[in-house]
Design a protein around this ligand. Structure first.
Ligand code: HEC
Length: 286
């Protein structure tokens, strides 16, 4: 199975003596921005030249990136890092960039290491702000960080490296077609009122996505157990939530909380606190 590439989100807390800006930079930006080498994104050297006297401009770019260098991917919006944090990051980037030397544009494929399970990328049939996640059991899914829901699941991985370096196709090809496509935001809530709040990586290397939908704050985390897929939610909010349960050929669906009627799960504030939708692979066990 193909494992994806690690965004070194969390390898970084150990930077003793580092400024807060440096730590935040390493957690959020270093995957694509190095001091002297322009790999995925421009080097700090290049960025410092552009934004030397314009820290605010750097921060607004990070919140709402434009499109300049057409030979690579677009930068994902980083607003979820928070404006205060982006200011600290900008200070660090400008300082480090002023000290950096002019490097070459790298010819080697960036992200050669295939370590982690999370890959930010343009994905087919999803918004430009998408994150692909590989589960240990060989199933992958595509999280749409703009629309805040999983768009589809598929078996296998995808060819990210050429995509990331801009040397290949602009959109990765999936190893196999999606075996389940989520038709729309599964929560029956006004999905125009939503906000992606970021994600944390757990000890297992898998992301826990956080977002707000209307007045509900949601954490969503998918893991695998054998061939089964466990889709966990933790939700804080008042009122009733309804959820359109998936129907997937070859999987039996069960839920740990709430009431199910004709494929719709209904949750109240106490059952939504923590519940799991289990996709149990049929016909393979015991
Ligand atoms: C997934 C890769 C990726 C991550 C993560 C990333 N960037 Fe970028 N960044 C890019 C790419 C690609 C470009 C070039 C985009 C273009 O020119 O169209 C870019 C360009 C930039 C630029 C140059 C803008 C200009 O005017 O030329 C700045 C500044 C920048 N990024 C800041 C940040 C900051 C701050 C973070 C972290 C909070 C960050 N980036 C995280 C990929 C990334």
């Amino acid at each position: 199975m193909m494992k994806y590439i690690l965004l070194p989100l969390l390898l970084t807390r150990v930077a003793w003596g580092a400024s807060e800006g440096e730590t935040l930079f390493k957690a959020n930006c270093v995957a694509c921005h190095q001091a002297s080498t322009s790999d995925v994104g421009p080097s700090l050297f290049e960025i410092a030249k552009i934004y030397k006297k314009n820290k605010a401009g750097l921060v607004s770019w990070a919140i709402k990136p434009g499109r300049k260098r057409k030979d690579g991917i677009a930068m994902p919006p980083m607003g979820f890092v928070g404006e205060k944090n982006l200011e600290l990051i900008a200070e660090y980037m400008l300082k480090a960039g002023a000290k950096a030397t002019k490097g070459k544009r790298s010819k080697k494929p960036a992200f050669k290491e295939k370590l982690g399970a999370v890959q930010r990328a343009f994905m087919p049939n999803s918004s430009p702000v998408s994150i692909a996640v590989a589960l240990p059991n060989g199933v992958s899914y595509c999280w749409d960080a703009d629309n805040c829901y999983i768009r589809y699941f598929w078996n296998g991985g995808a060819d990210f490296v050429g995509h990331l370096t801009g040397s290949g196709k602009s959109i990765p090809t999936l190893d196999s077609p999606a075996f389940y496509t989520v038709p729309k935001q599964p929560f029956f809530k006004d999905s125009s009122d939503r906000e992606f709040l970021g994600y944390d990586i757990g000890a297992d290397g898998l992301p826990k996505f956080r977002y707000r939908l209307s007045t509900f704050e949601i954490q969503e985390y998918v893991e695998s157990r054998g061939l089964d897929i466990l889709w966990h939610y933790k939700i804080r909010g008042n009122g009733v939530l309804r959820y359109d349960l998936p129907e997937i050929e070859g999987y039996k669906i069960s839920v740990s909380e709430g009431k199910v009627d004709r494929g719709i799960l209904t949750l109240n504030p106490s059952t939504m606190e923590k519940f799991t939708i289990s996709l149990i692979k049929e016909g393979v066990r015991k």
